[in-house]
Design a protein around this ligand. Sequence first.
Ligand code: ASP
Ligand code: MG
Length: 438
Amino acid sequence: MKVMKFGGTSVGNPQRIQHVAKLISGGDAKFVVLSAMSGTTNTLIEICDYLARDNRLGAGNIISRLEQTYNEHVSHLYSKAEYKAKAGQFISETFNNLRKLSQMAYTISIRREIVSQGEILSTHLMTYYLEECDESVCLLSALDFMKIGADREPDELFISEKLREILKAHAGYNIYITQGFICRNVDGETDNLQRGGSDYTASLIGAAIGAEEIQIWTDIDGMHNNDPRYVENTKPVKQLNFDEAAELAYFGAKILHPTCILPAKFASIPVRLLNTLDPEAEGTIINNDMEQGKIKAIAAKDGITAIRICSSRMLLASGFLSKVFDIFEHFKTSIDMITTSEVGVSMSIDNPEHINEITHELRKYGTVDITNNMCIICVVGDLRWGNVGYESLITDAMSEVPVRMISYGGSPHNISFLVKQEDKEKALKALSKKLFDN
Ligand code: ASP
Ligand code: MG
């Protein structure tokens, strides 16, 4: 069985839902994972933010507006009165429930319950539409099998056992549909896999059922070799190794959520990135193969903070780095890049929430220097150290760009540069010219 995940824009309006319905109809049985219609999760979060400020009137207004939008979707999506009524009934129940939730004391559990409604809505609308088209469809609630543990990580054993059980009990359908993103936590409450988590759902399901392939359908024809917002004539990359894809997803390629790679990699299930708007396009296949000696793609990640700590006395003495790392660990801040010298160590983080506390602690060990608004530029490919000349080719491309940090050797697939955000476009273009033109 294949797993097919469709993102928010792929199901963003009634026409798109109908289009996806065509793509998933017929052929072999498949497991379909849907995101919320684009914009819905953001709107649900907005409702929660109003409730958090105790502004129930504001929240109520947004709920009514969103309900109206969904009623319009229903009137466009279905042609038979029976299905207009059925879907209309579901919309009205869902929004009445939202109103009820918005009257209760606001807690994190209420927030998670509200935020989960987007995927519940999209999967119901799609299922009713497929039923109207006489397709063999079975809607499975992700809340029945998608579970996270006390560490907030997916309980893969539970997911696999439960899902196999559920599929056995509902054998014989052509299309199984479920919600991306949402799950239950250890307390049995509705929870989620973090923003953008539907890709993760698809990958977890693929691994759980031993799928032949996990397809991630978006609105671009695969992972591109550079950021199309800044560089012209970027091209889809045909094939990526799981590790190359993980680096690109983590360092800025928006098409795929980074968490999605690991379950597929461990289960050795290929992940294919496809374009809903151009279903015939080849897209990108991510698997265990490694194309020898090839530089594949460049990605960039903004909003990075660089931190340098200098201490001639202590640095690189045994135990010093571990003290530094403990500080980051204490403030649950993960380090992306790190470079060391005899007198200093530089690190980059993407979450500056605790930067003041971290700086305060680091000052106990030396002088600390912080630079904001930085950007990681990451070049990915077969960059094993035996491939002589690759690093120099890449650094040569950066000859006109001020570089704050360089990281190479952490993995055989990546070389990263930390530059000012304002130099990002220049860097992406220069690398593209050197590495891909001709
Ligand atoms: N709907 C969720 C979000 O917007 C999950 C997803 O789309 O992957 O973050
Ligand atoms: Mg997404």
